[in-house]
Design a protein around this ligand. Structure first.
Ligand code: PLP
Length: 397
């Protein structure tokens, strides 16, 4: 058992949504959180704040504390992706969903079209509809090996009022890491059709061997000038409750355009616990993350074997990044949405496919960032439910 794995009794004893929302009978494999202990540098940073009761208006590096998140993000982007950015172009915010809503408000008007590759993270739909924008959905094609962008459909879907592409790379829920050629085609379309790109790269630290994350804004200076990159340490370092994220504008002109509509003060700032934890994660957390990635890769491969062996009728493309598996349950021919079936019959709580794409109730998103024993119990429960149903079906016929 890896040192960071947590057992079920402890996981159930805490007050977060993942392990409480579906009751004590269910094993949760839904929201994007990991069942792992935090990296020590993060725990130390939080303990130090608490021990010293250091909760006044915070300063770091001789200025307001949130600016230190910008410099930490710049260090991180350089060390991870060789991407050199100006920390002045980083706007710290509380969360990425806020970082999605705000650029949509700044760079489009009600009625304007926003491109989204579907299936997609549910709050993206919420942002587009709440703000009265028009969804320009482009469904990813289920290919032989992976999900792929249908570029002809994308070109055809973009109309005169389309203003923005909401890109999610690595993609949630399919786990795709878009390749240079795919990103270049998106970039060419953004330039030709004069679109702003909001690139959600929150999962960029969770890329498996054999794949490489390329920040969209690095494609060219012209692309940077129309790209807002949003990211945080919350998924890869397991601290979503600490509410700290960043928006990076490719140029000062883009940032100025943004602030014409969204005053800086309206964005607030992350709290000091989130700031110090994020900086500790990015600067000192990599050894922990390396170990976690080995475990996640092994869990992913184990899931591939076990689904093939024990869950006939379920299939998926092994994700290239993220700790999510996008399971296609259409072969089971279920009488209800797959999420409901497995919650009711297996007591496993996964994310419902239809929340990522209304046409995908036969899909499930399974979070495999847990211990091997919990993952095995999840699969055992699912397999038992499928077998029971098979027997009942046989008895009825
Ligand atoms: C693609 C994507 N963006 C944003 C978020 C959420 O970020 P936040 O909690 O900072 O709003 C998630 C969480 O799972 C995500 O998968």
């Amino acid at each position: 058992m890896a040192g960071f794995e947590l057992d079920m009794t402890f996981l159930r004893s805490r007050r977060h949504a993942k392990w409480t929302m579906f009751g004590a009978e269910a094993i949760p494999a839904w929201v994007a959180e990991m069942d792992f202990a935090l990296a020590l540098p993060i725990r130390r940073a939080i303990a130090e704040l608490s021990d010293r009761m250091d909760f006044g208006y915070p300063l770091r590096e001789g200025g307001v504390a949130e600016n230190a998140v910008g410099t930490a993000f710049a260090r991180r982007m350089k060390s991870r992706f060789g991407w050199e950015i100006d920390p002045q172009l980083v706007q710290p915010v509380a969360e990425l969903v806020q970082g999605t809503f705000a650029p949509i408000m700044a760079f489009s008007d009600p009625g304007d079209g926003i491109v989204l590759h579907t299936p997609a993270y549910p709050p993206f739909y919420e942002a587009i509809s709440t703000l009265g924008r028009t969804l320009v959905a482009n469904r990813l094609r289920d290919g032989a090996r992976r999900f792929e962008i249908d570029f002809d459909a994308l070109e055809a879907a973009i109309g005169p009022r389309t203003r923005m592409i909401l890109l999610c790379n690595p993609q949630n829920p399919t786990g795709r890491v878009f390749e240079p050629a795919e990103l270049a085609r998106i970039a060419a379309i953004a330039l030709a059709r004069d679109l702003v790109v909001v690139s959600d790269e929150i999962h960029s630290d969770l890329v498996f061997p054999g794949h490489r994350h390329i920040p969209f804004a690095t494609l060219s200076p012209e692309i940077a000038a129309r790209t807002v990159t949003i990211s945080s340490a919350t998924k890869s370092f397991n601290i979503p409750g600490l509410r700290c994220a960043v928006m990076h504008f490719g140029t000062q002109a883009l940032r100025d355009r943004f602030h014409e509509r969204i005053p800086r003060r309206l964005l607030g700032a992350p709290a000091i616990v989130g700031i110090d934890a994020t900086i500790a994660a990015w600067d000192e957390g990599q050894p922990w993350l390396d170990e976690v990635m080995d475990h996640l890769a092994a869990n992913r491969d184990h899931l591939v074997l076990r689904v093939a062996r024990d869950l006939p009728g379920v299939s998926f493309h092994p994700p290239e990044a993220t700790y999510m598996a996008w399971l296609d349950c259409s072969g089971l021919k279920l009488d209800r949405p797959a999420q409901r079936f497995f919650l009711e019959e297996a007591k496993v709580a996964m994310s419902a496919g239809e929340t990522f794409d209304p046409a995908a109730p036969h899909f499930l998103r399974l979070n495999f960032a847990t211990s091997r024993s919990i993952l095995d119990e999840i699969i055992d429960r699912m397999a038992a439910a499928v077998r029971r149903r098979g027997r009942m079906g046989a008895a009825a016929s």
